[in-house]
Design a protein around this ligand. Structure first.
Ligand SMILES: Cc1cc2nc3c(=O)[nH]c(=O)nc-3n(C[C@H](O)[C@H](O)[C@H](O)COP(=O)(O)OP(=O)(O)OC[C@H]3O[C@@H](n4cnc5c(N)ncnc54)[C@H](O)[C@@H]3O)c2cc1C
Length: 473
């Protein structure tokens, strides 16, 4: 039977939360409505209140108060997530980590750095560089994404090929459970097999099992050399071979292998976007390659591959400015908005299946919505492709049918509906494509065990299983 939870009058809860965080920590009324409900949207935030605790003990007290009142909590970092996991609904309390941004100390001998969950990625990267080290997880939203949000979503990004996702770069963390209990698992050791590795429960669970408050990040050495190139190939069958050759010839120092299909390259480097593209339009595929080796060495490798006929063309950056220009091409996804509204997907599948899957998807979409357009690009070294689709505005209600066209074929291919963005509310209905019934049942079991009243980010990732309360009041 579901636990009975006392219901507090809304004004009583607000008064209680204000007593915990002080007036500076509370945002309500017009100030709250002035914040957007969704990332980049215009609709006002419908949450009951936005609470901004200043430290872990305040987070714990806020969570305990909401737990006692049976009110749902939505943790929010930089609100750059792409699956609506941090959008609050009416009646929910938004818990923002924006006042918890402390960075450090850095332990250069142990090569770890402790940060609060609200610390911004670009500031963390800079602090690591200032200490002569590298925090290697990097993504386009680095100026606003927080380490807490990135931990909660197990974010990936541009360096996964060499350094892994957040999971591989966290040695410990502190989290607040649904009843306000603080779990200090701020392990700094590389090896620690003392029982369950509890931090893994909170990494990638999108705020549904606990609020992450502090994180111990693993750092590595700054590369002494970095070489960046853009290459063109004519056949997809050679993309996998190029990846292997570059891994081998750079002796494992390859850090990025970002593939752009020709439609995408034309949109971001064609005449409407750039006066002069670094490589001519018209090739089959474009790959942005980066490796921690001298530019001359990468240049020699690429020259050999050109001679062998594996590559059709290549350019190498000779300055930091040129490196940034090459990355801007890959990151300039906003160019696609020129074509109208977009629906974006973040999927994973085996490299060997990718081209046939995309060709089939293009055909199905063109048949269903003549005039629709599809662009593909992504972290192909990790088997992760981003697909953006524009369906003509007069096509009526499309998302559900379009989602089905994108997701359904992934099941037979052993693909994933989310490579790195998470599930949030957006992909919840499709979880069964990538996870077995037994895996989903275990997810429900964990949720029931850690959050029996279902107050932590309810309705994100999975719906409340039978026997739990809905959590919203
Ligand atoms: C331009 C752009 C590029 C991007 N590129 C990438 C990319 O390459 N790779 C990638 O993986 N993602 C990428 N993203 C997505 C996004 O940046 C990541 O998902 C990021 O991890 C979200 O961090 P955030 O602080 O904005 O979290 P939010 O969006 O605020 O929250 C994300 C989720 O985590 C939960 N959450 C937030 N903070 C906490 C906390 N302290 N404790 C528990 N739960 C919490 C929220 O409830 C929500 O479910 C990109 C986004 C943009 C806009």
């Amino acid at each position: 039977m579901a636990a009975l939870v006392p219901v507090t009058r809304p004004d009583e809860l607000i008064a209680r939360l204000t007593a915990i965080v002080g007036p500076r920590g509370m945002v309500t009324g017009d100030d709250l409505a002035g914040r957007p409900a969704t990332r980049g949207g215009n609709a006002p935030c419908p949450a009951r209140a936005l609470v901004r605790p200043a430290d872990t003990s305040e987070v714990a007290a806020v969570v305990a108060a909401c737990h006692a009142a049976g009110v749902a909590i939505v943790p929010q970092g930089g609100h750059t997530g792409l699956v609506h996991g941090a959008d609050a609904a009416a009646g929910e309390v938004l818990l923002s980590l924006e006042r918890m941004r402390a960075i450090g100390p850095v332990d250069t001998a142990q090569r770890v750095m402790i940060v609060e969950a609200g610390a911004i990625l670009s500031e963390v990267q800079q602090a690591a560089r200032d200490a002569g080290l590298l925090f290697p997880v990097d993504l386009g939203a680095r100026g606003s994404a927080t380490i807490g949000g990135m931990t909660a979503t197990n974010a990936g990004g541009n360096g996964v090929l060499r350094h892994g996702m957040m999971r591989e770069n966290i040695s410990g963390l502190e989290a607040v459970l649904a009843d306000g209990t603080i779990v200090d698992a701020t392990n700094q050791l590389i090896k620690n097999n003392s029982g369950y590795d509890l931090k893994q429960l909170f990494i990638g669970s999108e705020g549904t099992l606990g609020i992450v408050t502090r994180i111990v990040l693993r750092l590595c050495e700054l590369p002494s050399e970095e070489a960046t190139a853009l290459v063109a190939l004519d056949r997809f069958s050679t993309v996998g071979e190029l990846l292997r050759r570059l891994e081998r010839e750079t002796r494992g120092a390859l850090t990025a292998f970002e593939v752009m299909w020709p439609d995408f390259y034309e949109a971001v480097a064609g005449p409407e976007a750039l006066p002069r593209p670094p490589l001519a339009l018209g090739h089959g595929y474009y790959v942005l390659v980066e490796a921690g080796i001298p530019s001359e060495e990468l240049g020699e490798n690429l020259a050999n591959l050109l001679e062998e006929g594996l590559l059709a063309d290549a350019v190498i950056a000779s300055s930091e400015r040129e490196r940034e220009e090459l990355w801007t091409i890959r990151d300039d996804v906003a160019q696609l908005r020129r074509f109208g509204s977009l629906r974006a997907y973040d999927i994973s599948l085996r490299l060997a299946d990718m081209e046939a899957y995309l060709a089939d998807l293009r055909t199905r979409i063109a048949t269903r919505w003549p005039g629709a357009r599809l662009w593909a690009f992504g972290h192909l070294g990790d088997g992760n492709v981003h697909v953006a689709v524009h369906v003509p505005e007069d096509a009526g209600e499309v998302p559900k049918d379009l989602d089905a066209l994108v997701y359904a074929p992934l099941q037979a291919l052993g693909g994933a509906i989310s490579a790195e963005h998470g599930i949030g509310t957006e992909k919840k209905g499709w979880l069964g494509i990538s996870r077995t019934p037994a895996e989903i049942a275990l997810m429900h079991g964990l949720k029931r065990a850690l959050d029996p009243a279902n107050i932590l980010n309810p309705g994100r990732v999975i719906d409340a299983a039978p026997g739990t309360r809905e959590g919203r009041s």
